[in-house]
Ligand binder design. Structure first.
Ligand code: SF4
Length: 169
């Protein structure tokens, strides 16, 4: 758990690591530069540094981090997966469900889940993750690039923006 320097959030909650570039907006991905330097054990084996920093396709789950929001009692905004994309097409469903379950339990927080994979987000919320999408007042549209999940109303409202770009982080 790390306090974030980003003004629109409070803490970073990294329960998944690793990604792959999927759009022109990924060109200036700060996350891959951070991870490729392998400054901590958890970052090893997810990216290469040369000839240019790039993901190698590996994804990593960090179950040891799952319960962090449950231990913080004061209401907090959490930036989820600052070094990955929650809705990456190869992200195992069990990992996604585990994180969403914690978001549902920690109903005094706001979770900011940004993605560049709008279509995957909408597909999953319309199918395998439907139990989370069908919560009252949940509203995730196709043009939106992420969601903010807040309970107890279980409201999901869109956060428009692109995750992981140098310009925005
Ligand atoms: S972390 Fe974000 S910006 Fe970087 S490659 Fe993945 S989706 Fe693109």
């Amino acid at each position: 758990m790390a306090r974030s320097m980003i003004e629109w959030t409070g803490f970073v909650w990294n329960i998944m690591l690793g990604c792959s570039k999927c759009s022109p907006g990924c060109k200036f991905c700060y996350a891959v530069n951070e991870v490729a330097r392998e400054r901590c054990e958890a970052h090893k084996g997810l990216a290469v540094l040369k000839p240019i920093a790039n993901w190698n396709g590996n994804l990593r789950f960090r179950p040891e981090s799952l319960s962090q929001p449950l231990h913080r009692k004061s209401p907090t905004k959490w930036f989820v997966n600052s070094l990955s994309d929650y809705f990456h097409e190869h992200m195992p469903l069990e990992w996604q469900k585990a994180g969403l379950e914690v978001m549902r339990m920690a109903d005094w927080h706001i979770f900011q889940v940004l993605t560049k994979r709008d279509q995957q987000l909408n597909r999953l919320l319309g199918n395998e993750l439907n139990e989370f999408a069908s919560l009252p007042e949940c509203d995730v549209g196709s043009q939106r690039r992420g969601l903010q999940a807040r309970a107890p109303q279980n409201r999901c409202s869109p956060r428009i923006g692109c995750a992981h770009q140098v310009a925005e982080h």
